[in-house]
Design a protein around this ligand. Structure first.
Ligand code: NAD
Ligand code: 6OD
Length: 501
C-alpha cells in the first residue's frame, strides 16, 4: 500500500493526497476515521487529508515497536543494522526528488534551501550514525583487589528501548531523522509523531523503510496534534522508554511532566532567542552575509536563528544599512524558482503570531529599518502566509521582540561599546541555545565564546554542522546533548559488568 497519492504534485496544485499512519510496516487510516486538512502555506490550497492516530492507533504503534525491539531488530548485529541504515540513506538519495517535492509542498520552503539542507541532511543523519555507532569506544577499568587477582569492569551499551520522537515543522525531515538515525543505529525502535503541519516526509520514509527491508515495527509514524491527541497519547504511553523532543519550550515542559510518570528519560531541544555579536574588527562582508542568513533563512524559522544582533558602535550605522540592503534584495515568492530565497511562513496562524510581534515592535517604539508587513507576491500566491523580512532598531533591552522568541524573518539591532557589556546583554535571556560571533581577533573569539551561556557558538559562520559534535541548548533551550558520541548517552542504557578475575 502506498503512503500517499500525488505527493510530487507542484506546490500550487490542490491534490487529493491522504497521509496515513505507518504502523508495523503498514500504511493505515485512523481507526476512528478522523482526518484533518493539510494546507499549503504557499497559496492556502488543500494538499490532502491527514489521518489522526487515536489512542488505540498509538497503542498499536508502541506495541509493534516493542515487539520489533525484542524480535527482528534486536536480533540483528550492529553491523547488520548499520548496513540497513546505509541502505535507508541510499534510498533517500535515490528518491531525492520525491522527498524534495513532499517537503516543499508541506512547508513552502524554497528549492534552494530544501535541496541543499533538508533532504541531504535526511540521508546524512542515517549514514553518519550508521558509521558512528561502530566506532564509539567502550569504558574499561581494571580494579586492584586484596587477593591480587583484580577485577575487570567493562561497560555495555544496551538500547534504551522504544523511543518516542516528537517533531516540529520547521525542518521536518532533517530534525526527525536527526533523532531516528541514532535511535535505530543503537538498536532502539521508534514511534515518530511529526508536526501536524508537516506529515509528508515522515510518511514517505515509511515506504523507504519497507523497500530496503527494515523489519516491520522498527519505524512507526502516528499523525495528529499535541494535547488531548496523538502527541499526548504517545508521550504518556507506558510502553515508551524515552522521549526525544524538538519544539517550543512550553511544549517541552508539558512533555517532561508526562515523562515523569514511569520516570522516562527525555532529550529536549527547544526554543531560542539567539544573539549575533559583530565586533568592529569583523570582515563586514562576511558578517552581513552571515547575519542575513542567520536572521532570514527559512523565513527565520530556524531555532538557531539570530533575532538579537549586537554591533560594536563604530560600525553600527554601516552594518544596519548593509543588512537592510540585503534584506530588501532578497527574492520572495515561488519556491520552485531556483533563485527564490524566502518562502512563506508555515501557516496563516503562525503569520498572525509573527505579525503581532511586528505590531508590538512599533507600539514599543521601534524604528522599522525595513519590512514590517506583508509583501505583494501576486494573485496566485495571495492566500499564502507571506511576510516581509524585517529589521528594527531603537528598542529597550526588555522589549517583547528583544526578549521573546518570534520564529520569523526578523531581528533587532543594538549598538554596544565593550566586550563585557555585550556578553552581559547576550546572556540576559531565559534561553541558551546558540550564538554567532563575528571577529578577526582569535583571542577575542576564544574569550567571548567561552563566556556565552549557550550550547552552540559559531565564530565567523552559522549553522555549519559537524554531526560528530554536541548539539543542544542550556537554560530554557534544552536538556541533554545529541550528536556524535553524545547521542550514545540518550539512546543507550549503559550497564557496568564487573568480572572478578
Ligand atoms: P511545538 O512545540 O508547537 O510542536 C512540536 C511538536 O510537539 C508537534 O509535533 C506537536 O504536535 C507536539 N506537541 C504539542 N503539544 C504536545 C503535548 N502536550 N504533548 C505531546 N506532543 C505535543 O513546536 P513547533 O511550533 O512545531 O516548532 C517551533 C518551535 O520549535 C520553536 O520554539 C523552535 O525554537 C523550536 N525548535 C527547536 C529546535 C532545537 O534544536 N532546539 C529545533 C527546531 C525547532
Ligand atoms: O543540525 C541539526 O542537527 C539540528 N538539530 C538543527 C536544528 C535546527 C533548528 O531549527
Amino acid at each position: 500500500m502506498s503512503s500517499t497519492s500525488t505527493l510530487t504534485a507542484p506546490a500550487s496544485t490542490a491534490t487529493s493526497a491522504e497521509f496515513l499512519n505507518f504502523i508495523n510496516g503498514d500504511f493505515r487510516p485512523s481507526s476512528t476515521g478522523t482526518t484533518f486538512e493539510n494546507r499549503s502555506p504557499v497559496d492556502g490550497s488543500l494538499i490532502g487529508m491527514v489521518h489522526e492516530a487515536s489512542a488505540d492507533d498509538v497503542d498499536e504503534a508502541v506495541r509493534a515497536a516493542r515487539a520489533a525491539r525484542a524480535g527482528a531488530w534486536g536480533e540483528l548485529s550492529m553491523p547488520e543494522r548499520s548496513a540497513l541504515l546505509v541502505s535507508v540513506a541510499d534510498e533517500i538519495d535515490r528518491r531525492f526528488d520525491d522527498f524534495l517535492a513532499a517537503e516543499m509542498l508541506d512547508t513552502g520552503k524554497p528549492v534552494s534551501i530544501a535541496s541543499h539542507i533538508d533532504i541531504p541532511r535526511g540521508a546524512a543523519n542515517f549514514r553518519v550514525f550508521a558509521d558512528l555507532v561502530k566506532n564509539v569506544p567502550g569504558e574499561h577499568f581494571h580494579l586492584a583487589t586484596p587477593d591480587g587477582l583484580g577485577a575487570a569492569n567493562l561497560q555495555l551499551h544496551k538500547p534504551r528501548g522504544v523511543i518516542a520522537v516528537v517533531c516540529p515543522w520547521n525542518l521536518p525531515l532533517l530534525l526527525m531523522t536527526w533523532k531516528v538515525g541514532p535511535a535505530l543505529a543503537w538498536g532502539n525502535t521508534v514511534v515518530v509523531k511529526p508536526s501536524e503541519e508537516t506529515p509528508a516526509t515522515a510518511t514517505l520514509l515509511g515506504e523507504v523503510m519497507n523497500d530496503v527491508g527494515v523489519p516491520a515495527g522498527v519505524y512507526n509514524v502516528v499523525h495528529g496534534f499535541g494535547p488531548n491527541s496523538t502527541g499526548e497519547f504517545l508521550t504518556s504511553h507506558p510502553g515508551v522508554d524515552g522521549i526525544t523532543f524538538t519544539g517550543e519550550t512550553r511544549t517541552g515542559s508539558a512533555i517532561m511532566k508526562a515523562a515523569s510518570d514511569g520516570v522516562r528519560a527525555v532529550s529536549m531541544e527547544m526554543g531560542g532567542k539567539n544573539p549575533g555579536i559583530i565586533f568592529a574588527d569583523a570582515d563586514l562582508d562576511e558578517a552581513v552575509a552571515g547575519t542575513a542568513r542567520s536572521a532570514f533563512a527559512n523565513s527565520g524559522q530556524v531555532c538557531l536563528g539570530t533575532e538579537r544582533v549586537y554591533v560594536e558602535r563604530p560600525i553600527f550605522d554601516e552594518f544596519v544599512a548593509r543588512l537592510a540592503e540585503r534584506a530588501q534584495a532578497m527574492k520572495i515568492g515561488d519556491p520552485d524558482q531556483p533563485d527564490t530565497e524566502l518562502g512563506p511562513l508555515i501557516s496563516e496562524e503562525h503569520r498572525q503570531k509573527v505579525l503581532g510581534y511586528y505590531r508590538t515592535a512599533v507600539d514599543e517604539g521601534a524604528t522599522v529599518v525595513t519590512g514590517g508587513g506583508v509583501p505583494d507576491v501576486g494573485d496566485a500566491h495571495a492566500k499564502g502566509a507571506w511576510i516581509e523580512p524585517t529589521i528594527w532598531t531603537g528598542l529597550a533591552d526588555d522589549a517583547a521582540v528583544v526578549t521573546e522568541e518570534i520564529f520569523g524573518p526578523c531581528c533587532h539591532i543594538r549598538p554596544f561599546d565593550t566586550e563585557d557589556e555585550v556578553i552581559q546583554l547576550a546572556n540576559d535571556t531565559e534561553y541558551g541555545l546558540a550564538a554567532t560571533v563575528w571577529t578577526t581577533n582569535l583571542s577575542r573569539a576564544h574569550r567571548v565564546s567561552s563566556r556565552l551561556e549557550v550550547g552552540l557558538c559559531w565564530v565567523n559562520s552559522w549553522f555549519l554542522r559537524d554531526l560528530r559534535t554536541s548539539f543542544g541548548g542550556m537554560k530554557s533551550s534544552g536538556i541533554g546533548r545529541e550528536g556524535g558520541a553524545h547521542s550514545t548517552e540518550f539512546y543507550t542504557e549503559p550497564t557496568n559488568v564487573c568480572i572478578k578475575l
